[in-house]
Write a protein that binds this ligand. Sequence first.
Ligand SMILES: Nc1ncnc2c1ncn2[C@@H]1O[C@H](COP(=O)(O)OP(=O)(O)OP(=O)(O)O)[C@@H](O)[C@H]1O
Length: 272
Amino acid sequence: MSGTPKRLVTLEHIDVTLGHAQVLSHVDFHIDAGEIVTIVGPNGSGKTTLLRSILGALTPSAGRITRAPGLRIGYVPQKLHIDPTLPLTVRRFLSLPRRVSDTDAAQALEQAGVAALSGRQISGLSGGQFQRVLLARALLTDPELLILDEATQGLDQPGSAAFYQKIEEVRRDLGCAVLMVSHELHVVMAASDRVICLNGHVCCHGAPEHVASAPEYRALFGSGTHGALALYRHDHNHRHEEDGAEAQDDCGPGCTHDHTHTHTHVAKESAQ
Ligand SMILES: Nc1ncnc2c1ncn2[C@@H]1O[C@H](COP(=O)(O)OP(=O)(O)OP(=O)(O)O)[C@@H](O)[C@H]1O
């Protein structure tokens, strides 16, 4: 196959203001068909805000968002609270809010690797099983773009590694692009085509190999990928160039390029 991949979403110089706070400034972003792109960044850096803007749930105060016409997006939220006293089977849950056929429900559960859970009560599922059901729900739309917001929060390390492996399988089988937010760098880096570091603006971005081979990254995270749950913190202090050139720098967390800002990365590994 050759040619340019289809561009699914483009963000140009997006600003988002929530309340009185400017949460995102001058964000440029795009995602093409079939790509896996991961957004990393500290708490409160605007990751969810960026996803919600892409989903169309938030309107930027400046800039432009362009989506491919008729783009089908599947969304796996960070959390979904369901009243545990409510009797609700997985099958019925998949038909909320829109009824889906038994065939479509079975196919989505199969794709998410939980075909056997259809008749189970939602309240009786493990965290990992529930995330798979949320994934199945997102797959019901046959998405061209699958968006996941810290979908493995609360899962143990093997559980989240298995979840991301499933995401790669879904991408391979369905050909959809995947955009995800994650703190688990070791796990997601291997699976991502591109990594974007956000802190109210795009600090830096690049291919994961580039990020993983950066000396600072190796010093902090090690060079292995097994077993470690990385917590990621990114402090920085910098000014923007007027032309916004910084957002175009082709580098990742741990970058060695001479930027106009400084980075501090702190990683902890925990053998959970
Ligand atoms: N509705 C709102 N009104 C005002 N401020 C908000 C609103 N929603 C989010 N914010 C603020 O916007 C900032 C970015 O929030 P966002 O949830 O996008 O960050 P995040 O990077 O996803 O954080 P986390 O890693 O903790 O999930 C935070 O400071 C948050 O308090």
